[in-house]
Design a protein around this ligand. Structure first.
Ligand code: SF4
Ligand code: SF4
Length: 447
């Protein structure tokens, strides 16, 4: 069986983003294979943990992938400050006589944005609305490569590595079965230290904010790598509560057209025609000219609203609103230029992570030392049949079926954009809807 089939069978999807099916992404021939090890968002430590503890597996797997896609250069992009991880990777490279290179980056945000990383490593700007393939590159996340390594041995994706930190008693990294309730993860990290809390699923800049009642129905999927528990009145939680109507009204009344949002926008700085201040002006004046179409180029990194804007406005939310409107109308951004030039000021506009953390009020969690891995076992999992971009998997099980850990319970055809789904625990299927709920006969156990 070839590697692409093994990846497809195992249901591997991008572990760090929206969950693009990996067997589709790697069905290409490119010059560069890039491992994104720069853990873009502040506080998250999952990829660092994997690079420290699974360096040899990562190097070996990257070599296998590069062989398949005929990549001539294999580069791991990570931050210069990750000295332990750099040492681990260097020893694995030496031991395995690999030619993989490390590209060390400063500690800035968003170093791990795929387009920024590709520019940093190759010196090429991906065209607006394009993907790394357009400049001969493919980018994989660390968790994805670890899952591909498992796939080489016939092991499907049935667990996620998750950093749990913030307002918990024992911040730590957990390995949890897919479909585990998030509340169980919080409990396994010693429980929340506050009564009134919300969580950020993902990083502080781009993560999804969930309040306690939303949490009751939320589970870990293949794309989750971090849970940050914050007070219910945290700055980021309060911002998340503002309605889009209010955001647009504030854009109309308070935007001073200083253009800082544009001057710091990472996509603008690599040469894309995205100028959020013009979009804010267009929405304020209700003049929907061509400038608003560039909202589709926004990667939602949050720099404009959480770092740049002196008025506390939300260009990112405005862009999301416009993107949704344009999508509903069936409009897709069309790239009209051929070459894109990085703005000269870019180097001086990189945002230091330390300063960013202070702006979004998470500095107090940056000193937390995450305890090493704890693998947890749970008695019930709720496994979504769609944890990825594309088509939902079709359930292969019925209520009452007994399933084994690793068994295929949802499938997609190989040529389709989607991913297979597997049982993450042994047990009985008690519900089949958009999710498959499996209940173990045993009580919850842990090691
Ligand atoms: S969120 Fe703001 S800063 Fe980030 S890409 Fe979009 S417009 Fe630019
Ligand atoms: S930074 Fe804020 S005030 Fe300045 S142009 Fe952008 S949205 Fe308007």
């Amino acid at each position: 069986m070839d590697l692409l089939d093994q990846i497809y069978n195992a249901g591997v999807v991008g572990a760090g983003g929206a969950g693009f099916p990996t067997h589709v992404k790697l069905n290409c021939k490119v010059e560069y294979l890039i491992l994104n090890g720069s853990e873009c968002e502040p506080l998250i430590a999952t990829d660092k943990y994997l690079m420290r503890t699974k360096a040899a597996e990562i190097i070996e797997t990257l070599e296998r992938i590069a062989g398949m896609i005929e990549a001539k250069k294999i580069v791991i992009g990570l931050k210069q400050k990750y000295t332990t991880e750099i040492d681990c990777l260097k020893s694995a490279i030496k031991e395995l006589k690999s030619k993989i290179e490390l590209h060390c980056l400063d500690n800035f945000y968003p170093a791990g944005d795929e387009q920024i990383l590709v520019y940093e490593i190759t010196g090429k700007t991906i065209p607006p609305a394009g993907i790394p393939l357009h400049v001969g590159a493919v980018v994989s996340n660390v968790g994805t490569v670890v899952n591909i390594h498992e796939a080489l041995y016939g092991n499907p994706v049935i667990s996620s590595y998750v950093s749990v930190l913030g307002e918990v008693s024992n911040p730590r990294i957990l390995k949890v079965p897919i479909g585990t309730p998030i509340l169980n993860c919080i409990e396994k990290a010693g429980g929340a230290t506050l009564n009134d809390y919300s969580i950020i699923l993902g990083g502080p800049m781009m993560g999804k904010i969930l309040n306690k009642s939303e949490l009751e129905h939320s589970v870990i999927t293949k794309t989750n790598g971090a849970i940050i528990i914050v007070p219910d009145n945290h700055y980021l939680v309060n911002r998340d509560k503002i309605s889009i109507e209010h955001i647009i009204n504030r854009a109309k009344s308070a935007c001073i057209q200083c253009s800082y949002c544009t001057e710091f926008c990472p996509r603008y700085l690599i040469g894309h025609p995205l100028q959020p201040h013009k979009i804010m002006r267009a929405i304020a004046l209700s003049e929907y000219d061509d400038s608003i179409k560039a909202a589709q180029l926004c990667c939602e990194c949050g720099v404009c609203e959480l770092y740049a804007c002196p008025m506390g406005l939300s260009p990112r939310q405005v862009n999301i609103y416009i993107k949704n409107e344009l999508r509903e109308k069936g409009y897709r951004y069309k790239n009209t230029g051929n070459e894109f030039y990085v703005r000269e000021v870019r180097e001086n506009r990189k945002i230091p992570t330390k300063r960013l953390m202070a702006r979004v009020d998470v500095t107090k969690y940056s000193g937390q030392k995450l305890e090493e891995l704890k693998e947890i076992f749970v008695s019930t999992v709720k496994i979504p049949l769609r944890q990825h971009i594309g088509k939902s998997a079709t359930s292969l099980v019925n209520v009452g079926d007994i399933v084994e850990k690793g068994q295929l319970i949802g499938s997609v055809e190989k040529g389709e954009l989607g991913a297979n789904v597997h049982a993450s625990i042994n047990g009985k299927v008690v519900e089949v809807s958009e999710c498959v709920v499996i209940q173990s006969e045993n009580m919850e156990v842990e090691v």
